[in-house]
Design a protein around this ligand. Structure first.
Ligand code: NKO
Length: 210
């Protein structure tokens, strides 16, 4: 148990590294919390027009989710850490991104980090979920809507892809569902804007309300 707590604390700290803020600072861009949606995430960094900065944010935020889960998958079993520890680690790194100690607990919405977590759990699951995001993003040009639809589909893909529902690793399935629900909760402002018709589109004019 002490090892598990240590691992969860480490995962939370890794998840707390806000790549939107770090990349923006390193590249001399404005702090993403000061413009657009104010969200420290890849979509909002893209609103500066700097695609490289947005891509690095996406990769960094996804990589930290992947790293935490991959580490427990790789070294956990030898130390008695099984699927419950894996599920809790996935949650811890995700919560680190949402409530980062380094940003006074005001973090991002978890889309890229959830993708990294899924990549470590099942690459094909990450692929299916990312493709879902892409299809919705290309069709509707709303990053938030794409994330919401992807979050609804991810648990379905996981359960069906795992063969039969009861064959799925239950703690991991539960973690994916909780991550999806938290992701949707973090998009509640976006959901209101989507319903108002005031949500900013990907590649939309900078003056569009975000
Ligand atoms: O600024 O409020 P905003 O408009 O920026 O931002 C809304 C946006 C916030 O998310 C991001 C990250 C964008 C990453 C894009 C690639 C996502 C690939 C698909 C991952 C879907 C994972 C869902 C898994 C749930 C379990 O939404």
């Amino acid at each position: 148990l002490p090892l598990l707590l240590l691992v969860l604390a480490a995962a939370y700290l890794v998840g707390s590294v806000p790549f939107a803020v770090v990349v923006s600072r390193l590249m001399g861009l404005q702090d993403p919390r000061s413009y657009g949606s104010g969200n420290p995430g890849a979509t909002n960094v893209l609103r500066t027009g700097n695609k490289l900065a947005a891509a690095l944010t996406l990769v960094g935020d996804a990589a930290k989710g992947w790293l935490a889960v991959w580490a427990v998958e790789t070294w956990g079993p030898a130390h008695g850490l099984g699927s419950v520890a894996l599920a809790l680690t996935a949650l811890a790194v995700f919560l680190g991104h949402l409530y980062p100690v380094f940003l006074r607990f005001k973090g991002g919405k978890g889309v890229a980090t959830a993708l990294g977590v899924l990549l470590a759990i099942q690459p094909w699951l990450a692929l299916a979920t990312a493709l879902t995001w892409l299809v919705v993003a290309v069709c509707f040009r709303y990053s938030s809507l794409a994330a919401l639809v992807a979050a609804l589909f991810a648990p379905v893909y996981y359960l069906f892809g795992s063969g039969i529902v009861w064959y799925a690793a239950r703690p991991v399935a539960a973690a994916i569902a909780v991550i999806g629900l938290l992701l949707i909760w973090r998009h509640r402002g976006n959901i209101s804007r989507l319903m108002d018709g005031t949500e900013g589109r990907i590649g939309g004019k900078k003056k569009d309300p975000q």
